[in-house]
Write a protein that binds this ligand. Structure first.
Ligand SMILES: *Cc1c(COP(=O)(O)O)cnc(C)c1O
Length: 379
């Protein structure tokens, strides 16, 4: 008998919530109509989409006309980075520990459009280096892109303070909040965010749908990147992903209700896991322990290559770096950004937990990991 999978990779993606699935199903069959159609059936679907839009916007503290639905965080980030301009400013800023969706898009956009681009180093704990940031930001800076929660280490940046500095220079702030939305309270006004990207499949919603929050104040500086039928007030053309949007709204509703409960539960599991793993010799936590989301633990196992561990762990799903880059054996750019050398970066594992995990699973995983660490160090 093959043992059941112990899934400790919730930052890569999550299992669709059963309630979300049930909410989506009628929109593949009975309510299949195009929300852009003007017949009664189309209008009915459109009304339900408008309701979902209100729900998603409200969940992050925004208004429905500040929401654009996309295929996920990657597309949202592309729209924000490539779409923004004010005709005068020509400088972009981001951090070296951002997700590739931000780093590659900012770099590519800067090269193609002759913009200056600062990719700033961070402190050893993964938090922003305020001095470097103050030096870098000028009155030529157009856009600053900094994530709220890091996907590899869980590090939480002080977005409120960052946004104050960004706005003091008259620039805009894009925040990749993909690992935060659905897990911790996120309010765009409280944080001072102008543009915010997120994705449903990271919080028990479906894959292939996400959103970009566009505050009223930046709307006129943002140009659509996907043109065509003029859907979503011309901000993002293409027939709406109706089941996806309905599913994302349901995932927001569930997260809203369960957030405190899930956070407490998952945090206690993470604490248990981390305490046990740190009992193994030659281990350390990567990134800030204090400013960190409750579900993530990135651990260095000295002299034990994580790729070898991942293969041997088999039915226990963990990750080295982010899911998208784990086909390569390049050391994680995030861990290198924290100052780890190549070898230590290649000997680190990311554990990311979620509401489906149990204490028994954690115990099984810890036992297996500690056995493998001993075995590999002997070899
Ligand atoms: C998953 C993730 C993305 C990409 O999201 P998609 O919906 O897969 O496009 C971007 N940023 C962060 C921080 C992520 O965790």
């Amino acid at each position: 008998m093959t043992p059941p999978t112990i899934y400790l990779d919730y930052n890569a993606t999550t299992r669709l919530d059963e309630e979300v699935l049930q909410a989506m199903l009628p929109f593949f069959t009975e309510y299949y109509q195009n929300p852009g159609s003007s017949h009664l059936a189309g209008l009915t679907v459109n009304e339900l989409i408008e309701n979902a839009c209100w729900q998603v916007a409200d969940f992050i503290g925004g208004k429905p006309d500040e929401m654009v639905f996309t295929s996920g965080a990657t597309e949202s980030i592309n729209l924000a980075v490539r779409g923004i301009s004010n005709g005068k400013r020509d400088h972009l800023i981001t951090l070296c520990t951002e997700h590739k969706a931000v780093l590659d898009t900012v770099t590519d956009h800067a090269v193609k459009n002759n913009l200056a681009c600062s990719i700033l180093p961070v402190q050893n704990d993964g938090l922003i280096d305020w001095e470097r940031f103050e030096e870098a930001i000028t009155d030529q800076t157009l856009l600053v892109s900094i994530m709220l929660v890091n996907n590899e280490t869980g590090t939480i940046q002080n977005i409120k303070k960052i946004s104050e500095m960004v706005h003091a220079k008259g620039a805009f702030l894009l925040c990749d909040a993909t690992q935060a939305v659905g897990k911790i309270p996120v309010d765009v006004h409280e944080l001072g965010i102008d543009l915010m990207a997120f994705s449903a499949h990271k919080f028990y919603g479906p894959k292939g749908v996400g959103g970009l929050y566009i505050s009223k104040s930046v709307r006129k500086y943002l140009e659509a990147q996907i043109t065509g039928g003029g859907q979503q007030k011309n901000r993002r053309s293409g027939t709406l992903n109706v089941p996806g949007i309905i599913g994302m709204a349901k995932a927001c509703e569930i997260a809203n209700k369960r957030m405190d409960h899930d956070a407490t539960y998952v945090k206690s599991l993470r604490g248990h896991l981390e305490n046990k793993l740190l009992e193994i010799e030659g281990t350390a936590v990567n990134g800030s322990v204090e400013h960190r989301i409750f579900n993530t633990s990135n651990i260095l196992f000295k002299n034990v290559f994580s790729e070898q561990m991942i293969l041997s762990l088999q039915h226990i799903s963990v990750s080295s770096g982010s899911a998208c880059s784990s086909v390569t054996t390049e050391p994680s750019h995030v861990l290198k950004g924290l100052g780890l050398n190549d070898e230590d970066a290649l000997c680190s594992l990311r554990f990311s937990l979620g509401k489906g995990n149990t204490k028994e699973e954690i115990d099984v995983a810890v036992q297996r990991i500690s056995g493998l660490v001993t075995q590999f160090r002997k070899e």
